[in-house]
Ligand binder design. Sequence first.
Ligand SMILES: Cc1cc2nc3c(=O)[nH]c(=O)nc-3n(C[C@H](O)[C@H](O)[C@H](O)COP(=O)(O)O)c2cc1C
Length: 181
Amino acid sequence: MTLDEIILNRRSIRKFKDSPVSRELLQQCAQAARLAPSACNSQPCKYVVIDDKKLKEDFCNTVFTGVYATCRDMALKAPAIVAVCAKAGGSITTRMGQMVSGTKYYLVDQGIAAEHFVLKAQDLGLGSCWVGWFNPKKAKNFLKLPFDVKCEILLLIGHPDEAPAPRPRKPLEDILSYNKY
Ligand SMILES: Cc1cc2nc3c(=O)[nH]c(=O)nc-3n(C[C@H](O)[C@H](O)[C@H](O)COP(=O)(O)O)c2cc1C
């Protein structure tokens, strides 16, 4: 698939077939994420794949509770949930940079890397959905993350069982300008 085809055809997939996702394919996705750029090359992310059925159930019942319950069912049915974990603040250099500029570089890095993961999944014929609506504190406890590591994004991965139409996007002229905002 060309890059244009991957970008054009990717959709958020919220219905998956029961068939498991092979770890070989997930490894290829992680390899694509590994090659993502990051501020000062700090590479703050780690990916915890939850593909054990019982563990996935426990995880979903923990992080999708209360106001976060809306995404629980679709997450439960995804064959694999990738917990995108990032060292909050990144490296010492990026932490210092963040103190000066106020920019949370580790979040930028996380976004780029997770999208590499998702685009590679698309390239391999897998479906994916970013999920940000869950309890990050409970996810951190569940995954026993170190004190300076956060899990603020999940990726649902599986074989698609739906083909959603493209969601609307702003026209190009609304988002692109030259020499002024
Ligand atoms: C940071 C982020 C968080 C998201 N969180 C959720 C979520 O919690 N639940 C959900 O169903 N979709 C979530 N999405 C998917 C978006 O709703 C989706 O990308 C958007 O509607 C555009 O649709 P498309 O991905 O099919 O092009 C999230 C996407 C991003 C990038």
